[in-house]
Write a protein that binds this ligand. Structure first.
Ligand SMILES: Nc1ncnc2c1ncn2[C@@H]1O[C@H](COP(=O)(O)OP(=O)(O)O)[C@@H](O)[C@H]1O
Ligand SMILES: [Mg+2]
Length: 145
């Protein structure tokens, strides 16, 4: 990956992480494939709340983890967001059946949790956002693009 850090922040509450997500609209203008990296509870889904709100695609509270449904779709006036969780997807074959290629278009943004499990997605990603838990309410967030 071309590892240039373009933004870096430490947030001290979920609200601060959401606010940071809201500020990413320009950087994430469609079309984009975005990998969200970090352990369970790092704040990946929390960040998506802010991103979805920025694109007027969903209210913060309506963004929930796609852990079981695998793909959540939020349509906004400027972009269609697809929030994808590959935690339970184990093989490239299973990944293919999700049909992510069909979701990619000029106005789509794919926000993918656990996408780094698949070399193909690591290769195709436009932006990578890493979240690390530093303390109970502290998160280090770094953006590579
Ligand atoms: N600074 C912070 N940023 C994001 N989430 C935080 C922060 N501090 C505490 N949290 C909590 O951590 C959890 C993050 O969960 P979630 O966003 O679902 O993580 P992930 O999708 O990475 O598994 C939530 O319970 C959230 O309230
Ligand atoms: Mg999540």
């Amino acid at each position: 990956m071309s590892a240039t850090i373009t933004r870096e922040i430490t947030t001290r509450s979920p609200e601060e992480t959401i606010a940071f997500g809201r500020a990413l609209a320009d950087l994430l203008a469609p079309p984009k494939l975005v990998l969200l990296r970090g352990d369970l509870g790092a704040g990946k889904t929390t960040l998506v709340k802010g991103i979805a709100a920025a694109f007027e695609a969903a209210a913060e509270d309506d963004v929930t983890s796609p852990t079981f449904t695998l793909v959540h779709e939020y349509r906004g006036p400027r972009a269609n967001l697809y929030h994808i969780d590959l935690y339970r997807v184990d093989t490239p074959r299973e990944l293919e059946t999700l049909g992510l290629d069909d979701l990619r278009s000029e106005n789509s943004i794919l926000l993918i949790e656990w996408g780094e499990k698949f070399p193909r997605l690591l290769q195709e990603r436009d932006v990578e956002i890493s979240l690390e838990r530093e303390g109970e309410n502290t998160r280090r967030i770094r953006i590579f693009s």
